[in-house]
Design a protein around this ligand. Structure first.
Ligand code: SAM
Length: 289
């Protein structure tokens, strides 16, 4: 059996199929078996589940997922890698590879049969050029994923797992907190990839809430509030909200922030998801008077 983490083997397989690493697809392949096994192990506590892998590359993690879990559905954008995966995954009966851009995929219909069979989890060494859009697509789909385990650049991982209202948080932190519980698992140095990326990577697991603990009156308005608060993050909250909600006066926005129990000069990054929910509910009432 080929060791798909061995740099020489990776090179041989790529050469065999006449392929080069495509920077535009964020192709940095893992070269460390232990890391691949640790990510696959961390993906989910149950084994009789479907795992959706995004970006299988030449299939090193795909194989480990096939060994551990009942079913694997792998989305790969690069059509050049499809014959490679056919070759490296030969013999695995529990995997299907879909040659599609995950951002364009109709996940609700493609994954419906798998949700009917039981739990579905996501596992990926994500292409870094598109980390946040992929995560937002997955969580905003409102599909009942059980967990999402991803390797991303450490700076992004820290933001995902920071907890809203804490240092390093951003709009994505609040969004992730709304949908689930994110934990930083471990860090992987750049020399464990081929070619090595410029940054360190970390693995984060998000366990999605079955029943969301925070329930804003209007979800779209809740996200608009978060977006407005972080878009002008150097400004105080009333000033950044003013740009996002030009239809409400600064005085009224300040009153609402104080009504929520905050100082008027607070910055958006200090707010928790519950704070954003309370504030967006007040904004909702203001807009629907
Ligand atoms: N899983 C392999 C590993 O860990 O070695 C490869 C990971 S590599 C960082 C990212 C993979 O995602 C590449 O195979 C790339 O072609 C694929 N990819 C990039 N953009 C994608 C997209 N929009 N949809 C699906 N796959 C994508």
């Amino acid at each position: 059996m080929l060791n798909l983490c061995d740099p020489r083997t990776i090179k041989q397989v790529m050469d065999m199929f006449g392929l080069n690493f495509k920077k535009e697809f964020g192709q940095n392949f893992l070269t460390d078996n232990m890391t691949v096994e640790d990510i696959a192990d961390a993906c989910n506590d149950d084994k009789d589940i479907t795992v959706v892998e995004i970006g299988p590359g030449i299939g090193c993690m795909t194989r480990e997922l096939c060994e551990r879990y009942s079913r694997v559905v792998a989305y790969e954008i690069d059509s050049g890698l499809i014959p490679v995966l056919k070759y490296t995954l030969d013999g695995y009966k529990n995997v299907i590879v879909i040659n599609e851009d995950i951002m364009k995929a109709d996940l609700a219909s493609a994954l419906a049969p798998y949700f009917e069979m039981g739990k579905v989890a996501v596992c990926a060494n994500l292409p870094y050029y598109i980390t946040t859009p992929i995560l937002m697509k997955l969580i905003e789909s409102n599909l009942p994923f059980d967990s999402i385990t991803v390797m991303v650049q450490t700076e992004v991982a820290e933001r995902l797992a920071a907890g809203a209202g804490k240092k390093n948080c951003g709009a994505i932190t609040a969004a992730i907190d709304y949908y689930g519980d994110a934990k930083m698992l471990f860090t992987v140095s750049a020399d464990r990839f081929m070619p090595p990326p410029k940054v360190t990577s970390s693995v984060v697991r998000i366990d999605l809430w079955k029943d969301k603990p925070i329930k804003p009156i209007d979800e779209a308005l809740f996200f608009r509030t978060i977006k407005a608060a972080f878009e002008q993050r150097r400004k105080t909250l009333p000033n950044s909200l003013m740009t996002g909600f030009p239809e409400i006066s600064k005085e009224r926005l300040t009153e609402m922030i104080v009504e929520c129990g905050h100082k008027p000069d607070i910055r958006g990054e200090k707010l928790t998801v519950a704070d954003f929910c309370a504030l967006s509910d007040l904004i909702y009432n203001e807009l629907n008077k």
